[in-house]
Write a protein that binds this ligand. Sequence first.
Ligand code: ATP
Ligand code: IP8
Length: 258
Amino acid sequence: MKRYVIKLGGSIITDKDEPLSINIPTLLGIGEEIAAAMRATDLSLAIVHGGGSYGHPSVRECLDRKGVMDEPCYVRTAYLMSELSLMVTQVLIAAGVPAVTLTTRSVCAMKSGRPDCELGIAAEMVGRGLVPVIFGDGVLSDDGYEVMSGDDIVWLLAKAMGDAEVVFATDVDGIFDKDPRKSPDARLLKEVSAFEALKYVGGSGRIDVTGGMRSKLVKGLRHARGWGRAYVVNGGRRWNLFNLLTGKPFIGTVVWYQ
Ligand code: ATP
Ligand code: IP8
């Protein structure tokens, strides 16, 4: 059975230029494709989503003001991320996905600067055919509060599921030889190692406290060196995610984390 952790990027589930906006048509489309793929083939799936225009502006504001995530910032970010995650889960359920929200800050903390999560229950849910939904969040750290990116959680979850593959559904068709949002002549790379891809990628270009596309590659190298495999695809391109999940040709980039 194929196992995937799907990261729904903040850039597709929200409009990162518009605070507290949720992109329901795109999410419904993604939900429809995931539900159809689960009916069409044997799949074990988990979903992680990003902070988008809920988490990132909230954290940016306190980092600019205080330099750290303080208690009021943690409380506000936690509330906003729960609100976003409930809406994401609601839309996925409406589309036919057996989605169940897991609250990151209840199962994850930063310990000595490293993300640490208890994901046994999430893996058990996946084994029963459920689709856990977890997200980038504010979490407890040794002496305060920190942001844990969904781009870390995907690899911890992939490991807990038995070396699952990771699908990054973003707002671009994959990894290009330069940022396609800035250079219309950018060339899509079909397959690339994370090390090589680092030569080409920049950040997210919008409010992003966790580092954008570059940090997806760096975090993968940190957690999944030697076994990780990821796909970067456009989550808004209709039926592309379905094609990937069901083993059909798709538009995107395969990334190896050697
Ligand atoms: P979030 O962290 O909120 O979940 P996300 O997963 O949706 O965000 P980003 O981290 O914003 O996605 O990364 C996608 C962005 O990466 C694109 O919108 C693009 O502008 C930027 N980017 C920079 N360099 C490249 C490149 N070489 N190829 C593809 N995208 C690139
Ligand atoms: O968007 C960040 O998660 P990411 C979460 O997956 C917050 O990097 C709270 C900004």
